[in-house]
Design a protein around this ligand. Structure first.
Ligand code: GDP
Length: 206
């Protein structure tokens, strides 16, 4: 799958603002600063498409992007990429966590076309409690989850596999199963991009 077009559609803070349409949705979620915006921009090969955390005044919104992909046989595959707000930011307290959860729950309840959630976890560290809690929530709500380990270029290539195993093991220890393979991704060198696009393509064609 080759992305040939990506464009911003809408930002939403509640269900009345979700864009209408028939497109399947692929959502991205992760702790603040995990590299979600960088991954989305790298996946779409469009710098500045998703705004990074350092963007002043960035608010907690759900952002929709319409993506057109081209298949090897030249046919087109369109989907909606959904950028969900980051969680687990240290300065936010319990009230912020509760409002984040309500936000995500409302999205989940109103997204019949949601096909896959890509959950991003920093490759350098074991998942945090918030990562595990979010993962559990997604699985318990019957969603397909693809775990993506970000910033893979920040560790030696020879150690990436070991780090993926640590993430895998921690998810297992929480009594959960990470499903398919965890993908190591680098927004800097594009590592993992083809693999992730392949997972997305297979889900969309299912
Ligand atoms: P977000 O808050 O999840 O959207 O995270 P950002 O995309 O804004 O990334 C947070 C920080 O990590 C920024 O300084 C990025 O430049 C950096 N970053 C993100 N992805 C990568 C990556 O794949 N490799 C490296 N080396 N840095 C990354």
């Amino acid at each position: 799958l080759n992305i040939i077009n990506a464009s911003f559609v809408a930002s939403a803070v509640n269900a009345s603002q979700y864009p209408e349409g028939e497109l399947s949705e692929i959502a991205f979620i992760g702790r603040s600063n995990v590299g979600k915006s960088s991954l989305i921009n790298s996946l779409c090969r469009r710098n500045g498409l998703a705004r990074t955390s350092s963007t002043p005044g960035k608010t907690q919104t759900i952002n929709y992007f319409r993506i057109t992909g081209k298949m090897p046989d030249e046919s087109r595959l369109e989907f909606m990429l959904v950028d969900l707000p980051g969680y687990g930011y240290a300065k936010r307290g319990q009230a912020a966590r509760a409002s984040w959860s309500k936000f995500i729950e409302e999205y989940w309840l109103n997204s019949a076309r949601l096909k896959l959630v890509c959950q991003l976890i920093d490759v350098r560290h074991p998942p945090m409690e918030s990562d595990i809690n979010v993962y559990r929530w997604l699985v318990e709500h019957g969603l397909n989850v693809q775990v993506v380990a970000t910033k893979a270029d920040k560790i030696a290539k020879s150690r990436v596999h070991q780090h993926l195993q640590v993430i895998n093991k921690n998810i297992n220890m929480a009594g959960l199963n990470p499903g398919g393979n965890i993908i190591a991704y680098s927004a800097v060198n594009g590592g993992g991009r083809d693999e992730l696009l392949d997972v997305i393509k297979n889900i969309l064609l299912k």
